[in-house]
Ligand binder design. Structure first.
Ligand SMILES: NCCCN[C@H]1CC[C@H](N)CC1
Length: 292
């Protein structure tokens, strides 16, 4: 009931709610930043909820974690230094670990409770923290990016929650400018970019900021995540000035990376065909948001 009420009043999707039957609440506490809850659902396995918003479910998390990771990493020759902003559940780390060329995985997550809860209830995601290449910083990514060395990373993945809580600052221009500064020439950013059904204005604002900040290319891609509002979620793929990046044709296909498909947990959603398809947009999206 509580989950439903919040959805009807949530500014991100006013007037709509998507409900899951709660079999059993497994964890519910307030961290320094948000309310963290885990419950057992009837058909989607365990569910992680932050401030009443579904972050991931065991059944469909593969679509989001695999796409947000491999869309950028399969678009550049051999990624070495990667940064994750957010992603405290560990799912993106699990996916980055499939890329044998990667030598350093920095992650900056603000809420330690999310990490601890994932380790307790979502071992299939938290296994991402076990990779020796992972270097964890618990803190505010805005500060982390201010301090980041110029041109340090080949790829940055912003796996954030919605910009209505701790992640509010992650959609503002100064943050994108620091993301661009921390990337090498021809480096790539993949940013969670909400739903094309619900958030075209927010997406347009982010695209305008990115077009000014990233002098390479800026593209919108999307995937299906049944437990997110409207059932889809998008990603902004940006590259900095330098060697051009063709996001729509993966030059580093996952199928050709030794051991990638089976590394730790089998790849369930992403493949090179769905990579290309992800950039195909409905007409209203191309028209409305000049998201071509
Ligand atoms: N790392 C788990 C996914 C976090 N991404 C967000 C979850 C909530 C959604 N409304 C938007 C994406």
């Amino acid at each position: 009931k509580a989950l439903k009420e919040y959805y009807f009043n949530n500014p991100m999707w006013p007037g709509e709610a998507h409900s899951l039957k709660v079999e059993k609440i497994l964890f519910k506490e307030k961290s320094e930043y948000q309310e963290v809850m885990v419950f057992e659902s009837s058909v989607y396995g365990k569910v992680l909820v932050l401030d009443g918003i579904v972050q991931l479910t065991e059944k469909d998390e593969c679509a989001y974690q695999e796409m947000i990771t491999h869309l950028p990493l399969c678009s550049i020759e051999s990624p070495k230094n990667v940064l994750v902003v957010g992603g405290g559940d560990g799912g993106v780390l699990r996916e980055i670990a499939r890329h044998s060329s990667v030598e350093l995985i920095d992650i900056c997550e603000i809420d330690k409770m999310v990490i601890d809860v994932s380790k307790e209830f979502f071992p299939e995601l938290a296994l991402g923290f076990e990779d020796p290449r992972v270097r964890l910083s618990v803190g505010d990514a805005v500060e982390f990016l201010r301090q980041a060395a110029e041109g340090k990373y080949d790829a940055i993945i912003v796996d954030s929650s919605d910009p209505v809580g701790p992640a509010q600052e992650l959609v503002e221009k100064p943050f994108f400018e620091n993301l661009a500064r921390a990337l090498r020439p021809g480096g790539v950013l993949c940013n969670m970019a909400e739903s094309m059904w619900l958030h075209t204005h927010l997406i347009q604002d982010m695209i305008s900021i990115c077009r000014e900040t990233f002098k390479g290319s800026v593209h919108y891609a999307w995937t299906s995540v049944p437990t997110y509002p409207s059932g889809v979620i998008g990603f902004l793929l940006c590259s900095t000035e330098g060697p051009p990046v063709d996001f729509k044709n993966p030059i580093n296909p996952i199928e050709k990376i030794e051991g990638a498909l089976q590394h730790r947990r089998e790849l369930r959603f992403y493949n090179s065909e769905i990579h290309k398809a992800a950039f195909c947009l409905p007409s209203f999206v191309k028209k409305e948001g000049n998201l071509a």
